[in-house]
Ligand binder design. Structure first.
Ligand code: ZN
Length: 226
């Protein structure tokens, strides 16, 4: 992609405060003239995630919106929004649906993001969804994102472009991208991915921490073998 292509345009980043969306935020800050971020409060297990998002956005002077999506918790029963349900500890392999699945979450988030973006005259949406570490979330797939892009354009008669810079990267390549953007340590220390709500390197044993650490170690091994 031509690095100068979007230098006169703005982007809206779907931003949770986790590793992936924070890497996307730095990617967007590099590519676009200006960047706005949106986070969703859906009663997630660890509201500390939103604190991470707020403080990263503030540090980099990014206009940040937090939208109330608490109705998601009323619609579904899952371990991300119900404290009494323990998160599946197994690493998802795509063969079963993890109990952390919030049905339709990415579709809803991208749709609300698009409404907000259009109200600000922004047509570029950026999301950190990824098909490579596919963990049983159908609305993270490339084909879904492409389909939603068409639907949003028709729904709002607007030329949205949905960017998915992580779609074909594995976790180690996502770390590599953060490093290339000059923000490896920011992503490592300031984001929250852990299902047990611990920022930075996390609890170390939940599926999110395991994937994150494994990717980091793979990237470090690649770097050190060069
Ligand atoms: Zn953890």
């Amino acid at each position: 992609m031509n690095a100068e292509l979007f230098k006169n345009e703005s982007a809206l980043v779907v931003f949770s405060g986790g590793q992936d969306s924070t890497t996307c935020l730095f990617w967007a800050l590099e590519k676009f003239k200006s960047v706005v971020a949106v986070s969703f409060d859906y009663g997630q297990r660890h509201l500390h995630e939103l604190d991470c998002a707020r403080s990263i956005a503030a540090e980099y002077g990014v206009e940040h919106h937090v939208l109330d999506m608490s109705l998601l918790g009323q619609l579904t029963t899952n371990s991300l929004t119900r404290k009494e349900i323990a998160v599946d500890e197994a690493i998802p392999d795509g063969s079963t649906t993890p109990n952390s699945l919030v049905e339709g979450r990415n579709m809803l988030f991208l749709t609300f993001a698009a409404v907000l973006a259009k109200s600000k005259g922004i047509r570029h949406l950026v999301t950190g969804v990824c098909e490579t570490d596919f963990s049983g979330y159908p609305d993270c797939r490339d084909i879904f994102v492409k389909s939603l892009g068409v639907t949003l354009n028709l729904a709002m008669d607007y030329q949205f472009v949905i960017h998915t810079p992580l779609m074909w990267l594995d976790k180690s390549e996502t770390w590599e991208l953060a490093d290339k953007l000059g923000h490896l340590e920011d992503v490592r220390t300031k984001t929250l991915t852990c299902y047990n709500g611990i920022a930075g390197d996390g609890c170390g044993h939940c599926p999110a921490c395991t994937l994150r650490r494994r990717g980091y170690e793979q990237y470090m091994n690649r770097l050190n073998s060069k």
